[in-house]
Design a protein. Structure first.
Length: 330
């Protein structure tokens, strides 16, 4: 958080320096930069836009537009469709924007990210990273820590003992890191064992099906941990239908209203909420800085291979339970 605040202070200071006054900034409608190297258009490319979780990505892009007086857009398929994401990314490149933010769901996105950077368009990954790409920075949750914090909460809820299952979407780097965080936290309790890691495919119906099978297989299951948005509601549905509310503790991921209502009802005990809207805000902040402000870290940043921006910004998580869930309802 301290790092995030430092970046914000630097950029706010830049906005009030002579030659970069707020009055010099473009309007959001025009998308034309008066002082930048490229047009002040910043595009986020994502997928799964139908999920409530991505409401906060859209909100963050809107807030970034208001903060910097620039044009921002959110593009991409409503489902998990990587080829469609690549097609949206191609269209974004063709518009030659000031920068692109992308959710790094899959390494299949690396070539298109590199194509943008090679064309002179900086790219910041948000939420999920593509470390093998030429992206300039990553802004998102420290995923291992998110899982670790969830694991600590679940261990507390089951009094440090019992069988635990984890629900995830396999093959996604950020979710893999959360699973490892959970395992690390739970491993601190010798009487806790992780008996299964199930693949929800980011589908609530699939999550319900998997949770039901776990409850049938392990009649003494103590807890279910969910590392992505679809898992929580699915696990809650299965536990409720099996009449095991309170007997099987659930720690969900993210803060959609269905999960929050389940917390109020006592079906889900807690969720790990990301500060998701901050991700596109800080991504646009980095891209805006690259467009308008060169920070002289060296005599020649490009020649010295100096990015001139933070490489990673951790936007952090918040544990939401019955004590504070009311504040997160939309």
């Amino acid at each position: 958080m301290q790092r995030c605040l430092s970046v914000a202070l630097i950029l706010i200071a830049a906005l009030i320096l002579p030659g970069c006054r707020r009055s010099d900034l473009p309007t959001g409608a025009s998308g034309q930069s008066k002082t930048g190297k490229r047009p002040d258009l910043y595009i986020e490319v994502s997928a799964l836009g139908n999920l409530e979780y991505f409401h906060d990505h859209k909100l963050g892009m809107q807030k970034a537009s208001e903060l910097f007086g620039v044009q921002t857009e959110y593009k991409g398929p409503s489902e998990y469709d990587i080829p469609a994401m690549v097609a949206s990314f191609e269209l974004a490149i063709a518009r030659k924007p000031g920068g692109i933010a992308v959710v790094g769901f899959d390494d299949a996105l690396v070539p298109i990210v590199d194509k943008a950077v090679d064309a002179g368009i900086p790219v910041v990954t948000v939420d999920a990273d593509l470390p093998k790409s030429k992206r300039i920075a990553f802004v998102g949750t420290g995923n291992f820590n998110a899982g670790y914090q969830g694991g600590k909460k679940l261990a507390e809820l089951i009094a440090g003992q019992g069988k635990v299952a984890i629900l995830t979407k396999t093959g996604q780097s950020n979710l893999n890191e959360r699973v490892e965080g959970y395992k690390a936290a739970l491993a601190e309790h010798p009487k806790i064992s992780v008996v299964s890691v199930g693949n929800t495919e980011s589908d609530p119906a699939k999550a319900t099906q998997i949770a039901k099978s776990l409850l049938q297989k392990y009649d003494d299951l103590a807890g279910i941990a969910c590392v992505e948005a679809a898992g929580g509601a699915g696990a809650a549905t299965a536990v409720r239908e099996a009449d095991r509310i309170g007997k099987v503790k659930i720690v969900a991921m993210d803060r959609d209203n269905a999960v929050l209502r389940y917390i109020k009802q006592g079906v889900i005990q807690a969720t790990v909420a990301q500060q998701t809207a901050l991700m596109p805000v800080y991504a646009v902040m980095i891209l805006y800085q690259l467009n308008h402000l060169d920070v002289a870290i060296s005599k020649d940043n490009a020649a010295a291979n100096v990015p001139g921006v933070p490489k990673v910004i951790d936007t952090g998580v918040v544990i939401v339970d019955k004590d504070n869930c009311e504040y997160f309802l939309r």
